[in-house]
Design a protein around this ligand. Sequence first.
Ligand SMILES: NC(=O)c1ccc[n+]([C@@H]2O[C@H](COP(=O)([O-])OP(=O)(O)OC[C@H]3O[C@@H](n4cnc5c(N)ncnc54)[C@H](OP(=O)(O)O)[C@@H]3O)[C@@H](O)[C@H]2O)c1
Length: 331
Amino acid sequence: MEDFLAFEVTQTENVFSRGIVQKQLGVLKKDQVRVQVEYSDINYKDALAASKNSGVVSDYPKVIGIDLAGTIIATNAENWAIGQKVLVTGYGLGVSEDGGFSQIQDVPAEWLVELPDDLTTKDAMKFGTAGFTAALAVQALAKETPETNSPILVTGATGGVASTAVALLHQLGYTNITALSSKKEQAGWLIDLGATDIKTPEEILPEKKRPLGKQKFAAVFDTVGGEIFAGLLPLIQYNGCAVLCGNASGITLETTVLPFILRSIKMIGIDSVEVEMAQRKPVWQFLAEHKSVLEQLSYQEVDLTDLDETIEALLNGTHSGRTIVDLGGKK
Ligand SMILES: NC(=O)c1ccc[n+]([C@@H]2O[C@H](COP(=O)([O-])OP(=O)(O)OC[C@H]3O[C@@H](n4cnc5c(N)ncnc54)[C@H](OP(=O)(O)O)[C@@H]3O)[C@@H](O)[C@H]2O)c1
């Protein structure tokens, strides 16, 4: 049997460990395909999955990694053939089933998206779950707020999801994008991505909390949640919307019903994990059509041996940009 390497997390009552392990191929189950993984990428959820008592992973040991892209090398599923290029994000990958930080991985065929013609496996993982989430949310925002001169606010702007969203909104023609970021030093980069104004939370949020404030934004694209998002809800214009994708600053939302019943605003939740397959394919096609945004976003590339260090950086807040993982599959 062929051996391959993977990054595995193990936890028992007394012992927690993570690191590279040697695995052996088993029998490919019915309705599964075997993928030679070329690239994966690292999300905050992966860093949590690699932590003790995270609650992310359903059972141990588990190969983590919520995204993968590569080539099918064996198939036990109808409609999938050896040699096809595929990607998987979300579902149970790296959570309930072994994930993408592996040179070879067996995955349920129903999770597969065929790689769009214009994307390489590396491009796909540069986007990864962050880019896919950004695209889902940008499409929802554009549907609600089609006028491209509408004032849009994007929170947590230097993050993976939000920076991709700023670049995508710019490509769609939006001309009035405020990037909310605590990192003023990144203003130049955010402007290059397509933001027209950069603000810190302190500059935007009123000192005194009120249920309704001055109407400033037609749409808020939010990745941070918590107090920041609560402070922004009263600033959304009549008939405006908020698209919620993340909780980088907290999960609680203290608000009143007034922005909803007096300004008729909408809140739209975005989930990238369980979103149905019929929606995934066009979203990946949309990303393929806008792949030039990848040239503006910042990436670093690591291999399995660097994963531990990157996970630590994500957990202690020193990680920046997006990191893709080269699994060595034949590209
Ligand atoms: N809905 C989904 O399916 C889905 C999918 C992927 C990710 N997410 C979630 O979306 C969020 C963003 O993900 P990401 O991959 O873009 O993360 P990320 O790269 O770590 O970026 C998060 C950004 O939020 C800001 N931030 C971080 N900590 C903060 C704090 N304590 N208070 C206020 N702002 C803070 C920072 O931006 P600035 O310094 O520029 O303000 C940071 O760059 C996360 O909560 C993630 O779990 C959800």
